[in-house]
Design a protein. Structure first.
Length: 86
């Protein structure tokens, strides 16, 4: 999976890094919060459910630096079914 970053100034999408983990399917409800990682001061994260059946779901996390640049993608929870935000 290729992760893209969109420039706030120009709206241009550029490749920032590759991930061996594919972005989760059927993203559902999400939330953003400040990143408490000391190596990412001022950064924030976005998490969302993956609403798929048969133990193929979970929760994915996109991590951004203080300037809003995408720096990481990981799965925080795996092997769940039909996660729903409602």
């Amino acid at each position: 999976t290729v992760l893209y970053d969109v420039s706030p100034e120009h709206g241009d999408a550029t490749i920032t890094k590759s991930s061996s983990i594919p972005f989760h399917q059927r993203p559902d409800a999400g939330a953003t919060y400040w990143d408490d990682d000391v190596l990412n001061p001022g950064g924030w994260v976005y998490v969302s459910n993956s609403e798929v059946p048969f133990g193929l779901g979970g929760v994915g996390r996109l991590k951004f630096d203080k300037d809003g640049h995408l720096i990481d993608y990981t799965m925080l929870l795996t092997e769940t079914s039909m996660n729903c935000g409602g």
